[in-house]
Design a binder for this molecule. Sequence first.
Ligand SMILES: *Cc1c(COP(=O)(O)O)cnc(C)c1O
Length: 220
Amino acid sequence: MNIQNNLAALKDQLSENVDLVAVSKTKPIEDILQAYHAGQRIFGENKIQEMSEKQQVLPKDIRWHMIGHVQRNKVKYMASFVDLIHGVDSLKLLKEINKQAIKHQRTIDCLLQVHIAQESTKFGFDANELKTVFDELSQNTLPNIRIVGLMGMASYTSNMNQVKSEFLSLKNLFDQFKQTFKLTVLSMGMSGDYEIAIACGSNMIRVGSRIFGERKPASP
Ligand SMILES: *Cc1c(COP(=O)(O)O)cnc(C)c1O
């Protein structure tokens, strides 16, 4: 597995307006450093503890993205450094992030996760809930949170038509809200479907195995 070559090949395919989150979950420090030395600065993790351990020993100009499901009681461990939280799926969680952001005198950027997959196992708001959350946010009760966009995961399926229609439904929601709420980030697409995601309007992809190789049996 040549991380630098994988990264270069991937970047060649991406136009400038698409940000690449290198998903380094379960991967060792040495692998992350290889990508770092090849110029990569945004890394994604799905466990807060693992992210914070890595953050402590790695270069400080890395921008850490939390891409996994977030437990409220763990927000405090990343509030001082996290650059973007992708998986925000409840108002309660937003309130906790706001509280911790205030403690650290910073504003934390977040994406609202939208449930676009047919699978019920995936997290996220549906379209109606999204409207409620945006309404609530427009009251300015959470001053240290900035919602900068939406995130979604397509179904785990080989049916690419289904994946495409799920991505298009998220793009549609993004377009619906982007002007009013100044959204700029649409995070969708992983190793298996980033090309479709970009064709559907994604401007942030989260790619792990294409860069770092397969992971050991998936952790939940
Ligand atoms: C693991 C993960 C990815 C990356 O998956 P790959 O298939 O390895 O590219 C992207 N997004 C989320 C939310 C993940 O948990």
